[in-house]
Write a protein that binds this ligand. Structure first.
Ligand code: RUQ
Ligand code: CUA
Length: 659
């Protein structure tokens, strides 16, 4: 195999490698052009221009990259435990993963959504969806941490989620799987049409602190909701959802949900829904869902089970929900920056239909209906259509927009990005992706103000693009410049998990607000030891609470005796540092559940159930100073019933004031 290696500062571009493999888009040898390295190169010590928040898919995480470099900065645990952060392992963060089904350690996150104000990124929060056990999370972009998770009742497969309204009034979640609801849930699967319902949930977001609350749900016919976008500008107050399986099949969907020529885009007038809610309409339904909140002051999460949700039925409450026919199993549903155009991408369709908000309003006004679907009016296709993009490619999935009136659609089957003009629906350019692109992202692409400059492809398959790593190969993103007429491939970069959607935001909207430390004087964790003089060990029955401090380069206490087999030991470790980037770690031999990583000024708790007699080393796991290896101690564990007194010390041994 011939391999040409260009020693460019950014990437090693393997060209000849592809001679050995088949099935690749044509022209890939020439896909990378002369100035690509310069355009993607961010010199050592220099910052990237954009943050890129990328879903981890089946990893349940969200990862943060720099653009244009493709450098990975952080993997943020959201719906999955993560040993790098201790999330879901420390006693403080375990409640974040609580649900009505109990502790769920691993989920599937598809879509990040960044908060907006007036339809423009404001850099405050990111939201993400858990698909499997339906939930929405809110991440604080000051700390890059998951701070709130709300479960969605009456939902299954929370895929059409989370999508946000112009001012982040609501984050919205739609069900992929319709499910039986209410009291009658033990029903035959074959009774799908009769008993299964889909829902979309509108979760309000408090503009001051971001706190989420399920404001209302719409109860809808049993179909699959796939994706969604809020209206903006002139269509603010409306929401658009793609739905497939209007056949209402419950088995072998591959065949049975591809029968009809057209499925639907559902248009929801949520301002109208708000009016109904205000006038006391809708029914309160008994449900169970968890609402988990991380408190920034106590550094602790709490989980509360809630039992009621307000449900609106559009069959009884008119003028709120409409269906628009959309060719062949639509996946993506995207609104352009002006809010006038709604793009539906039918996975099996030969055209891309673009709907006009103005025409939708006129059709509703004139009751230009084509019958109803399950009691909900269906608007006439021709009456609401702006036009169709002809011969765009095969298998359109998702569309993003730039700041010049152009759209970029991903094509899974023909493995390409196609650029087209929204006004006259002309195809302008196409580039291959390697391979099988799913989502794509233009910085600011879903907002009123796309930042433009790049389009990033998130690919489902990488095959031969990277060195092999056994049966599983890395997933990958590809960066293209869009500042000229033609899209140009600049860079490949591997990603964590499977990237689905991603958003990118100018670094300047986040960087100045980044939290550097937790202030000790604001630490309200009830188990904090705010200074070495407060460090102590206390016994309460068989619980032993160690209030420990860490500072370069020792723990107080570092020797503990009097712990017995059968005790449950809680190490509450407070990091006394007040400098940026000085975490300490904590590990004790034989701990079955976890270690800790504690940020400056923070308190975190590790639970340990010693099961053997002996002396157990403990140490700091994060290289914190030249004397990091000296940062250690011992715990002596005696047999159950032993009368070794509880003592603790660092340096000279003192009598235990607690004895
Ligand atoms: S999906 S590849 Cu889970 Cu957003 Cu379209
Ligand atoms: Cu503290 Cu290493």
């Amino acid at each position: 195999m011939k391999q040409i290696t260009l020693k460019l500062p950014v990437a090693i571009i393997l060209i000849g490698f592809f001679a050995a493999v088949g099935c690749k888009p044509k022209g890939m040898q020439t896909a990378v052009q002369g100035d690509a390295a310069v355009k993607a190169y961010v010199a050592p010590g220099k910052y990237d221009e954009f943050y890129n928040f990328v879903s981890g898919g089946f990893s349940g995480q969200m990862s943060v990259y720099g653009l244009p470099s493709g450098r990975l900065f952080r993997v943020i645990p959201v719906f999955s435990v993560d040993p790098e952060k201790g999330y879901g392992y420390s006693e403080e963060t375990k409640p974040m993963l609580n649900t009505s089904h109990g502790f769920v350690p691993w989920d599937d996150l598809h879509h990040p959504a960044l908060s907006t104000k007036d339809g423009i990124h404001d850099g405050r929060w990111a939201f993400g969806n858990a698909n499997n056990t339906p939930r929405i999370a809110r991440l604080d972009l000051k700390t890059f941490r998951t701070v709130e998770i709300i479960e969605i009742p009456n939902s299954g497969g929370n895929h059409s989620s989370p999508f946000i309204t112009e001012n982040t009034e609501y984050v919205v979640a739609g069900t992929r799987f319709s499910v039986p609801m209410g009291d009658k849930v033990d029903v035959p699967i074959e009774s799908y049409k009769e008993n299964f319902r889909g829902t979309v949930s509108f979760i309000s977001v408090d503009p001051n602190n971001g706190n989420m609350n399920i404001a209302f749900q719409l109860m809808l016919p049993g179909v699959n909701f796939d994706l969604a976008r809020a209206g903006k500008g002139k269509s603010h107050g409306w929401f658009f959802f793609s739905c497939y399986n209007s056949e209402q099949a419950n088995t072998l969907l591959e065949v049975n949900a591809s029968q009809k020529d057209k499925d639907f885009i559902m248009a929801v007038n949520w301002k109208k829904a708000e009016e109904y809610v205000k006038s006391g309409k809708g029914m309160k339904k008994t449900v169970r869902y968890a609402h988990n909140v991380y408190n920034e002051e106590t550094h602790m999460a709490t989980s509360e089970i809630k039992t009621e949700v307000l449900v609106l039925d559009p069959k009884e409450l008119p003028d709120m929900v409409y269906f628009m026919p959309c060719p062949k199993s639509p996946h993506g549903c995207d609104t352009d920056p002006t809010g006038e155009y709604i793009v539906g991408s039918g996975k099996l369709a030969a055209v891309i239909p673009v709907f006009s908000f103005t025409k939708i309003q006129a059709a509703i006004e004139q009751k230009n209906f084509d019958g109803e679907f399950e009691g909900i009016p269906v608007l006439k296709y021709d009456a609401v259509l702006h036009g169709e993009v002809q011969k765009p490619g095969l298998g359109p999935l998702h569309t993003e927009f730039d700041d010049k009136g152009n759209a970029y659609t991903s094509f899974f089957v023909s493995s390409e990005i196609v650029k087209w003009r929204v006004s006259d629906l002309t195809v302008l350019d196409r580039v291959p992706t390697y391979y099988s692109i799913g989502h794509l992202c233009v910085p600011g692409g879903p907002t009123k103000k796309p930042w433009g400059k790049y389009v990033i492809a998130y690919n489902k398959i990488t095959k031969d693009r990277y060195l092999p790593t056994g049966p599983e190969l890395t997933q990958s993103a590809q960066l293209y410049s869009i500042d000229g007429d033609k899209m140009k491939l600049l860079l490949d970069f591997p990603t964590i998990g499977e990237p689905h959607y991603a958003e990118a935001i100018p670094a300047e909207l986040i960087k100045p607000n980044s939290t550097k430390i937790y202030k000790l004087e604001e630490n309200k964790n009830p188990y904090a030891a705010l200074g070495e003089k407060n460090a102590r060990v206390e016994r309460k029955g068989n619980e032993v609470h160690v209030y420990m401090t860490s500072i370069r380069s020792h723990f107080v206490p570092d020797n503990i005796e009097g712990v017995k087999v059968g005790d449950v030991v809680y190490f509450h470790v407070t990091n006394l540092e007040q400098d940026w980037d000085v975490p300490h770690g904590f590990a004790v031999k034989g701990a079955n559940n976890a270690e800790l990583l504690i940020m400056p000024g923070e308190t975190q708790t590790l639970m340990w159930k010693p099961e053997r007699v002996g002396v157990f080393p403990m140490y700091c796991t994060d290289f914190c100073s030249a004397l990091h290896q000296e940062m250690q101690g011992y715990v002596r564990v005696s047999p159950a019933g032993s009368n070794v007194p509880l003592t603790f010390s660092t340096g000279a041994k003192k009598a235990n004031p607690a004895q």
